[in-house]
Design a protein around this ligand. Structure first.
Ligand code: NDP
Length: 340
């Protein structure tokens, strides 16, 4: 076992885009598990857009990471030593250990994972929190019906890719929005979306309108900003809008895009829109359904996934900065160590 524990802490609260100096890599001793504790060794660390919110102390649904505190994250870890009943050395678990090599657990927050023949990293992506977000938000709020049109942005990422492919399973026409020609080609050719539109194109709004000749029945909102501006006039009466994320504005110091509230409210009224925000844990009761259905669809090849695996804990800050600008291509995970 290594003698050092590297951890990445929040050095300062970012103003706008996070920069290198907002993070600090520290090294300390590997903690010793006491009675009722186990030592977890991080294998894969998940990087997710919500972490930008945790770096800020603005009022939110979750407490911020403290300055000088270890950055928050869910990880796939291997039990390195255990004094917890039911957790054995070598077990693979999901835990909220944060951006560090090692962490202690009392076992309550460590859940054993078995991804079968799929890579362990999928427990952080298509078979984990992002997959569950897509499944619950789309089916519970979006309520797609066969023949309807679904639009989703960040379409090559773990949430958007899963939303679109579940839409196809449900018999819908699915249009993805992504940030490059390469991502659009992947979404259409590899994931089987009916069309894909590049939000960086100067004629994005026109291209989106052409891609949805029957209008939009479900808009799964992942980004906000100018994408939402282009979507709003294309929504059909009784459209459903699960508001999942607003990644275009997480780094913003002023709001991108500008749909005036009276315009939005007028559309909401005249089209009888159903706009509902949600957080994935609102739907914890559906976890067994998610595991059963998405697990089966992945095994059957109806849901495919792409991962963007970056090696080395020390590279997490740069990789995270890129995530908020679309530099990742697929579910972003850091490979911290190999399974022993
Ligand atoms: P992704 O891996 O898809 O990464 C984020 C993507 O957002 C980028 O790759 C980029 O893709 C896109 N993006 C970034 N900036 C912009 C911009 N200015 N305009 C348009 N697109 C942009 O992330 P996830 O799949 O993990 O998450 C997708 C969304 O779901 C996020 O908003 C996240 O916060 C939200 N979420 C919400 C949860 C909830 O409980 N409500 C739970 C999990 C995720 P591209 O290059 O294609 O534009």
């Amino acid at each position: 076992m290594a003698s050092d524990n590297r951890r990445i802490v929040l050095a300062a609260r970012p103003k706008g885009k996070p920069t290198d100096s907002d993070f600090r890599l520290e090294t300390g001793p590997v903690p010793e598990p006491g009675p009722g504790q186990a030592l977890l060794r991080t294998l894969f660390l998940s990087l997710d857009p919500y972490m930008r919110g945790r770096m800020s102390d603005a009022k939110s649904y979750a407490a911020p990471v403290a300055v000088d505190g270890v950055m928050e994250a869910e990880v796939v870890a291997q039990v390195a030593a255990s004094r917890v009943d039911g957790l054995n050395e070598g077990d693979i678990v999901l835990s909220r250990s944060g951006w560090q090599d090692y962490a202690l657990t009392d076992g309550k927050g460590a859940r054993k994972v078995d991804t079968g023949e799929l890579p362990l990293s999928t427990a952080l992506g298509v078979l984990g929190m992002p997959g569950m977000t897509a499944y619950t938000g789309l089916l519970t709020i979006g309520k797609p019906k066969p023949g309807e049109t679904i639009v989703v942005a960040a379409a090559s990422g773990p949430v958007g890719a899963t939303v679109g492919q579940i839409g196809k399973v449900k018999g819908c026409r699915v249009v993805g929005i992504a940030g490059s020609a390469e991502k659009c080609a992947f979404v259409k050719d590899e994931l089987g979306f009916d069309a894909a539109v590049d939000h960086r194109s100067p004629t994005f709004a026109e291209e989106l309108a052409d891609a949805v000749p029957d209008g939009i029945d479900v808009y799964f909102e992942n980004v906000g900003g100018k994408v939402f501006e282009a979507v709003l006039p294309l929504l059909n009466p009784f459209a459903r809008i699960p508001v999942c994320g607003l990644v275009a504005q997480y780094n913003a110091t002023e709001f991108p895009g500008a749909v005036p509230v009276p315009v939005l409210m007028r559309q909401a009224l005249s089209k009888r829109l159903h706009i509902q925000g949600f957080l994935v844990f609102d739907f914890n009761a559906q976890e067994d359904d998610f595991r059963r259905d998405v697990g089966q669809w992945v095994r059957e090849g109806k849901i495919r996934y792409r991962e963007d695996v970056v090696d080395g804990l020390e590279n997490a800050p740069r990789a995270f900065q890129g995530l908020l600008e679309g530099k990742n291509f697929g579910k972003l995970v850091i490979r911290v160590a190999d399974r022993t």
